[in-house]
Ligand binder design. Structure first.
Ligand code: BTN
Length: 264
């Protein structure tokens, strides 16, 4: 993958027009944050063929073997206050879902940051994770200076490490053939650009609306607090609040707003 190959396929106006490809790096999110601090424009996209310290949410690592999957980070400079930035994770998930739809798939979004595909396992269907989003922000004096949206898509992986093998899948497994990573990247950036523009204009409402078009909530569901698995809430997910929080009704009928956590 190189700049010329992507430029020849890409029809965006600003997203991905500044582009860096690396054979390997620690984490594309770290590299993108470094570029953003040095003044990189909104729309810079950094892709690596492999990451040696790929990061996931909640301090986890992200499985990033060489040449199989898509690991990218996008620098954004949304004209919105820091409190409105977290729903960008929902927006990025919606961008991925729209892109995967162009490959003939029916992705489902699991709040807040997972893109899943339904996979037959024996006689049943299981939802398995094909993509994760990690959004990181730098702010000062009440303004978001920059945001890095990191996206990892399991494109062509066939095998996964034992600790995630039950929960992970790839586009290749779902489609039965390998996907061209440049085509996937171009489809993603083309889907995400208009969503980013809507977010600049309308803020979190645009993210929630785009997310809900592909969302599927487990029923009943359980939310555990980050790092505190004993603290959990169980009930029925009713949807997403205008600010991106999950709305959950417990068995007593009480409604909770969940700002962060792990949904299962
Ligand atoms: C998650 O589901 O926990 C989020 C995973 C995000 C992984 C991507 S891969 C590209 C970018 N660089 C990273 O180190 N993480 C994100």
């Amino acid at each position: 993958m190189d700049e010329a190959e992507l430029a020849a396929r890409l029809h965006t106006r600003w997203l991905g027009r500044a582009f860096e490809w690396h054979a390997s790096c620690g984490s594309t999110n770290d590299l993108a944050a470094e570029r953003a601090r040095a003044g990189a424009p909104a729309g810079l996209v950094i892709v690596a063929d492999a990451q040696t310290s790929g990061r996931g949410r909640l301090g986890r690592s992200w499985h990033s073997p060489a040449d199989e999957n898509l690991y990218l980070s996008i620098v954004l400079r949304p004209a919105r206050p820091p409190s409105e930035i977290p729903p960008l994770t929902l927006l990025a998930g919606a961008g991925v879902a729209r892109a995967l739809t162009t490959f003939g798939l029916t992705p489902r979004l699991k709040w807040p940051n997972d893109v899943e595909l339904v996979e037959p396992v024996g006689a049943t269907n299981r939802r398995r994770k094909v993509c994760g989003v990690l959004t990181e922000m730098a702010s000062a004096g009440g303004s978001a200076l920059h945001v890095v949206v990191g996206i990892g898509i399991n494109a062509n992986a066939v095998d996964f490490p034992p600790e995630i093998a039950e929960r992970a899948t790839s586009l290749r497994r779902a489609l039965g053939h390998a996907v061209d990573r440049v085509e996937l990247l171009a489809a993603l950036l083309e889907a995400f650009e208009p969503l980013c523009e809507a977010f600049d204009r309308r803020g979190p409402a645009a993210a929630v609306e785009a997310f809900e078009a592909h969302a599927a909530f487990p029923t009943p569901c359980r939310v555990t607090a980050p790092g505190r698995p004993s603290e959990r809430l169980e009930g029925i997910a009713l949807g997403v609040e205008p600010d991106g929080a999950l709305r959950l009704q417990d068995e007593t009928g009480q409604i909770h707003r969940v700002i962060s956590g792990e949904l299962s």
